[in-house]
Design a protein around this ligand. Structure first.
Ligand SMILES: [Zn+2]
Length: 418
């Protein structure tokens, strides 16, 4: 495959994927603009939502599942095609640079990252910007959105360079046991990334301020005491500069541990509902879900490195991909394809664990707050504001859902023993 044919094939695929999602997501303006009935969050409705609401949310969500599929397959296709020709020309140029293999690996990793970002851009624009605009979720203009993409690319580029240099370093230093050393090295890099995320990456995208509301802060601190995880500060992010969606999360390890609430959540909900969401995040903290997540990622890395070790013995495979073997920088596109495929294969497993963590955090939040009413109100509210899928197909839940569907979460609040 020449560069010219590569650009043609991948360009057509990228535009076709974006176009298909754009067409599929077309929904009449009156459906998109529909507002929920005034009693939408009344707990008396329990986990029941109207037919019209279910259909409206499905009209928003179904195209995003198709977009996910394309967004997963497109870079795999782009990486495999790259391995089948155009990459060798790029590698020859990189290898002319002084500095040896670390420089060559870094330059080529950065080049692939930029290339894949360009390939992903049309689809990303449709699902990350145009659809969000059409459904009233986005509060950004396109310039701000493109700036976000550039920031994202910067982060991805640094991660790609560090990963490529670490990988080839390990493979070259330990030609027989590299899979074990690779597993250890990348597990440590995962820990480092989770540790650095709140202090080095999140601030590139958002500003964080301490939660001001004294009575809410006091309530959250009391919950923290009750589950044995003292909270010194709750942070509020300026999510409203991008979205109207509401959310909260816990992040970081050790000294960088923190709880973050979206300003969209804090500014438009009654205190007992925000307190419930904060109690859910405390549930994650109390159960050490961030640490458990890192350990699970490390198990995934072990499986990945073991599989790669077995594949590395198959010389014909790497020659097909334009490289003499796994230790050569020319193997980068094939290594990337392997990474993307294995991430995809492990996704259902990872999401099943994530959904268990979420159910556990919900149960702890209900124990802490002691009243299902604000929980049901809060989740009905989130369902409407975030246009959540109210009746997702089972296979979609098993593969893509990091949280149980909202009606299921509401049912668990209602069926919990008082
Ligand atoms: Zn959660």
């Amino acid at each position: 495959v020449s560069w010219y044919r590569y650009a043609l094939i991948v360009g057509v695929l990228a535009l076709a994927a974006a176009g298909a999602v754009a067409l599929y997501s077309r929904t009449p303006a009156e459906v998109r603009a529909a507002v929920p009935p005034p009693d939408a969050t009344d707990p008396v409705h329990g986990a029941r939502f109207g037919e019209e609401q279910i259909a409206r949310h499905a009209a928003f969500r179904a195209p995003s599942y198709l977009a996910f599929l394309f967004a997963a397959l497109l870079p795999i296709a782009a990486a495999l095609l790259l391995a089948r020709g155009p990459f060798s020309a790029l590698a020859r140029r990189a290898e002319a640079l002084p500095g040896g293999w670390p420089v060559h690996a870094a330059v080529l990793a950065l080049a692939i990252t930029v290339l894949l970002a360009v390939v992903a851009l049309p689809l990303q624009y449709v699902r990350g910007f145009a659809m969000q605009q059409a459904w009233g979720l986005s509060t950004q203009d396109s310039a701000a959105w493109f700036l976000d993409q550039a920031r994202g690319l910067l982060v991805a580029g640094v991660i790609a360079i560090v990963s490529a240099v670490a990988f080839f370093g390990v493979v070259r230093a330990a030609p027989r046991t590299w899979w074990l050393w690779g597993w250890g090295t990348f597990s440590l890099l995962t820990v480092l990334l989770v540790f650095l995320y709140p202090v080095a990456i999140a601030p590139l995208f958002n500003r964080f301020t301490p939660l001001e509301d004294p009575s809410l802060v006091a309530r959250i601190k009391a919950f923290g005491e009750a589950v044995g995880v003292p909270i010194d500060e709750v942070q509020v992010s300026d999510a409203s500069k991008r979205t109207t969606a509401e959310n909260a999360y816990v992040a970081g390890l050790g000294a960088t541990k923190r709880m973050v609430l979206y300003d969209t959540l804090v500014e438009s909900n009654p205190e007992d509902e925000i307190a419930f969401v904060a109690a859910h995040e405390l549930g994650h903290r109390a159960e050490n879900h961030v640490v458990k997540g890192v350990l699970i990622s490390s198990l995934g890395l072990l499986a990945g490195f073991a599989a790669l070790y077995l594949l590395a013995r198959n010389g014909a495979l790497w020659r097909w991909g334009g490289a003499p073997g796994v230790a050569d920088v020319r193997a980068l596109p094939l290594l990337l394809a392997f990474l993307l495929v294995s991430t995809l294969v492990l996704l259902p497993l990872e999401n099943a664990l994530s959904r268990r963590f979420e159910s556990r955090a919900d149960a702890i939040a209900l124990e802490l707050t002691g009243d299902p009413d604000p929980a049901v109100r809060a989740f009905r509210g989130l369902a409407f504001k975030n246009i959540a899928d109210l009746d997702p197909p089972g296979p979609i839940v098993w593969t893509l859902f990091t949280h149980p569907p909202i009606p299921e979460r509401i049912r668990s609040f209602l069926s919990a023993p008082p």
